[in-house]
Write a new protein. Sequence first.
Length: 359
Amino acid sequence: MYNNTFGNIFRLTSFGESHGKAIGGVIDGFPAGITIDMEFIQKELNRRRPGQSAITTARKEADEVEFLSGIYEGVSTGCPIGFAVWNTNQHSNDYDNMKDVYRPSHADYTYTQKYGIRDHRGGGRSSARETIARVVAGALAKLALRQLGISITAFTSQVGPFKLDKDYTAYDLTSIENNPVRCPDHDLARQMADYIFRIKGEGDTIGGVISCVIKGCPVGLGQPVFGKLHAALGNAMLSINAVKGFEYGQGFSNMELKGSQQNDIFYNNNGEIGFRSNRSGGIQGGISNGQDIYFRVAFKPVATVLMEQPTVDIHGNETILKARGRHDPCVLPRAVPIVEAMAAMTLLDYYLLDKASTL
């Protein structure tokens, strides 16, 4: 298996399986001299970890990170940063009835056809538990971006039929941690949570949308042809488990408008070039323009449902599967920090690439 590495200059290589000993990674290209806030990194992991509310999986994991290299006296040294998060609460027996059965809409069939072998316990390498490594690397990237004045905030903007009806600028995005759904509209968040809880009781799952806003990004990140910044962000988001779609700026909305209505008009803002609007989503010609970058990521309902479903076994015989175990009825609340992490890694990588653009 290859392609376990993300990035160009800032690079994460992750390892581990859902029911293996650990999930971990090696980060290369991280700048030296960055103060490493361990409390912040653990807080980011806590936002992703299971068992944090009644609307997430009941699996209990501390998800405490152990750094093995690349940090000395609380500061990055420029050497590869190795880390591990040890798995401590696997219930592998929950998957015994799935050993020879293909779960609908999972990677079981394609993985087996490609490699001829698979770890059926929780999906093995194809499990979303792999995203722990991304959150650790993303937290480190956030610490570096913080020194550059760049902030990244993701939030749940839709769960099933419940969705925000205003632009992100109308909400207080600093309040998303005040509810388990991580939605900035707290009345809507209660409706979302009630809906997820009801879906969970039915043994079913539900999907939705996570929106993300990047503030403070300088002008010039990205390349005009194959290294477009929005393409890199799209690649990062589509690598997350259960993601089905990515759009930035206006995306698919308002496609009935003409170019004269969609264009972001320049103006002289007290001697500086300004924009009358930001329909481009902070990226023009594949290059950041200094405005807020905003995008949306669509997540499908979790494929594991706790009800009977028809399927086939590894020999092609039709059978019935009823999944057991501890699973998320909706991935969105725990995916918010993952979206932020992938955005942070992409931005830091492209910032470092930009430094190599000119002498």
